[in-house]
Design a protein around this ligand. Structure first.
Ligand code: UDP
Length: 345
């Protein structure tokens, strides 16, 4: 339960109309915060905003501002309208392959957009931010599970943009007292347990939705990238963290900052690795379907194994992921069905 003071707080959520942002908006509303969503709707969806607005949470208020982080006046309009207490910053481009092909797009949007946000935040004396960082900041793992002491040597532009922002946040702390919590996500999966929001990307590049979309109705065949890795069954191993567990970590990180916590950074994962084949088998088990599959060569830039050591988040934030991969696939599947219904109408 939040204290009365905390429950009146206004939290700015950039990218709140996107996949991870929208689950966080629900978690914030459920916890009694007021939420201001800032999203340019390039990748986020107005339907998601409408769904979020329809969620009635006792006492908490939700507002939506359509705006672009590359336009200072758009950011100003939010800070001049609302007294912001803290920021959850999700808005970013996040496709690894695209980031390598189009670095300009990624540096410009992710880094400059964040600089603009931080600069306006500094002007308005808003100095608490929870930032979506990524396991991609570590690059090729030197050891697994990866803890936060692992060197950060990103091998793609996406990871580099996120690391640059982490570094900028450290400098802003030293110079201006900005307190940030950087949450380094591993592989986020699943959907809202009430099926209100879920993963909705176009094009979809992620493993679980791509398996679930590969049905005879759609004519899509699941492309399995690489079966010759040095892993238990030859396919890549990843650490799949449920999106609602991830949202809980953000609530704890926010509380940590509101309670006066210092700048910090945490891995968000389960410490369990699942191979692509294991995820595929679990999708067939959960849905009772057979998915068509085609073995493809390795996808460029995929490390063989990425698993998080999540001890630090457990110890300092008191966070424990509780939802299984099976639960993530169940909710993702239910959402996939809902999404295809919505898109058909
Ligand atoms: N993958 C796959 N087919 C797909 C999408 C992903 O075989 O259509 C594999 C990918 O090569 C990686 C794992 O699934 O080994 C997880 O990929 P995803 O894109 O979901 O997340 P990433 O690890 O890139 O963040």
């Amino acid at each position: 339960m939040l204290s009365q003071k905390e429950s009146k707080m206004n939290i700015l959520v950039t990218g709140g109309a996107g996949y991870i942002g929208s689950h966080n908006v629900i978690a914030l509303l459920d916890a009694g915060y007021n939420v201001i969503i800032f999203d340019n709707l390039e990748l986020g969806h107005i339907e998601t905003v409408e769904t979020l607005k329809s969620i009635k949470s006792e006492g908490s208020v939700i507002d939506f501002v359509k705006g672009n982080l590359l336009l200072i006046q758009d950011i100003e309009s939010v800070f001049s309208k609302h007294k912001i207490d803290a920021i959850l910053h999700f808005a970013a481009y996040s496709q690894v392959a695209e980031s390598v092909k189009e670095p300009q797009k990624y540096y410009y949007n992710n880094v400059l957009g964040t600089l603009n946000l931080l600069n306006v935040a500094m002007d308005y004396d808003v100095k608490k931010i929870v930032f979506s960082s990524t396991a991609a900041t570590y690059g090729e793992p030197e050891y697994v599970p990866i803890d936060e002491k692992h060197p950060q040597n990103p091998i793609n532009t996406y990871g580099k943009t996120k690391l640059m922002i982490e570094n900028i946040m450290d400098d802003y702390d030293r110079a201006y007292g900005l307190k940030s919590v950087r949450l380094r996500y591993f592989n986020v999966a699943g959907a809202d347990s009430q099926n209100r929001v879920g993963e909705w990307h176009n094009p979809e590049t992620h493993l679980i939705p791509n398996i679930l979309k590969s049905t005879s109705d759609t004519g899509k065949v699941f492309q399995m990238f690489g079966t010759d890795y040095d892993t238990k069954d030859g396919t890549c191993v990843r650490d799949y963290i449920n999106v609602e567990d991830l949202a809980n970590a953000h609530l704890l990180a926010l509380k940590y900052l509101l309670d006066g916590g210092e700048t910090n950074y945490f891995n968000l994962g389960t410490k369990e690795g699942s191979s692509v084949k294991e995820v595929f088998d679990m999708c067939e088990k959960v849905t009772g379907k057979k998915f068509p599959v085609k073995i493809q060569p390795r996808r460029a830039g995929d490390p063989a194994i990425l698993i998080a050591d999540n001890k630090k988040a457990k110890e300092i934030l008191g966070w424990t992921p509780v939802r299984s991969l099976e639960k993530s696939i169940q909710t993702a599947y239910r959402w996939e069905q809902e999404l295809s219904k919505r898109l058909a109408n």
